[in-house]
Design a protein around this ligand. Structure first.
Ligand code: NDP
Length: 272
């Protein structure tokens, strides 16, 4: 059997997902065909329906379709219902399209050998889709507090309100303005990537053990602007390449039932 898989986005050319899944395929001896699909918003619903009607097994969903893809699904995990977005679709039965999200578990798995989330004060910078998608998995690790800050106060208040009133979330969800303790882990969930010089316009307390993690990642040795900024405070800073691999592994498991080995380096993708 050959699994028909792919990733849908706009733009999509930059995606590393085909290389990652082809490495998983070789490693597990599971036969796949994984394609890039450049799909505009106006064609998204038809594309998803046709893909699964024609025997497709699974899709990764990336920007800007993570929320809008939910129009086309028949069922979703409780996590997707909570965050309102998905990054993985799969179909095990005819006429069924199931939505799930592996971004949060991808982050938590990558952080396992980098820092302890349990009992930590975790600060998230950004209040967009990725901030929302990582909160439930961070919460499941029982941090001391989850603190959020964002450029726009309107989007910050919306996110804080949504998660502080969610019955599934046990952690205190606080704004940085109302927080005065030291931060143990700072996660950059803004989309600043490589644009300009990173800075943050509010102060927070850190210590010499504070870990900095950028959800954005580079494909080579270049550092993101957040990591350039973080390197002046700490030598514990990481980009989101490990999360990219881990979220892909969790999606591969949803599709095939097999969790692949995730020890992949950036250079392995360039050489694939
Ligand atoms: P969204 O567009 O949903 O959110 C963008 C966020 O960035 C908002 O909070 C926005 O603030 C903030 N922002 C944008 N520009 C600036 C700026 N100049 N200064 C301060 N804040 C800014 O994006 P996502 O949350 O979906 O994605 C964020 C990043 O995470 C992307 O780079 C993406 O590639 C990465 N990512 C990585 C993954 C991985 O596997 N490693 C998985 C998922 C995402 P405001 O509300 O004020 O507009």
């Amino acid at each position: 059997m050959k699994y028909k898989l792919g990733v849908v986005g706009d733009p999509i050319k930059h995606s590393l997902s085909p290389q990652i899944h082809n490495i998983f395929s070789k490693q597990t001896n599971i036969n796949i065909e994984y394609q890039l699909y450049h799909v505009f918003e106006t064609s998204l619903d038809t594309f998803i329906k046709d893909f699964f009607d024609e025997g497709g097994h699974g899709l990764n969903i990336t920007l800007p379709h993570k929320s809008n893809c939910l129009r086309s699904v028949t069922n979703a995990s409780s996590l997707v219902n909570l965050i309102g977005a998905a990054n993985t679709l799969h179909s095990k039965h005819q006429d069924e399209i199931f939505a799930d999200s592996t971004d949060g578990i991808g982050l938590v798995e990558d952080l396992k050998d980098k820092c302890l989330i349990t009992s930590a004060n975790v600060l998230i910078l950004g209040a967009g889709g990725s901030a929302s998608s990582i909160i439930p998995d961070l919460d499941a690790c029982k941090p001391r507090n989850i603190i959020i800050d964002n450029r726009s106060k309107h989007n910050l208040d919306k996110l804080v309100q949504r998660f502080s009133s969610a019955k599934e979330i046990n952690s205190s969800i606080l704004t940085l303005e109302s927080f005065n303790e030291e931060i143990d882990l700072i996660i950059n969930a803004t989309s600043m990537g490589f644009s300009g010089t990173f800075s943050w316009n509010k102060d927070f307390k850190i210590n010499h053990e504070t870990v900095f993690y950028d959800l954005s990642y580079s494909k080579n040795d270049n550092q993101t602007s957040f990591l350039n900024w973080a390197s002046q405070f700490s030598d514990k800073y990481f980009d989101g390449f490990g999360m990219l691999i881990q979220q892909a592994a969790a999606a591969f498991e949803l599709w095939t039932g097999v969790l692949p080995e995730t020890k992949i380096r950036k250079s392995d993708l360039l050489n694939d």
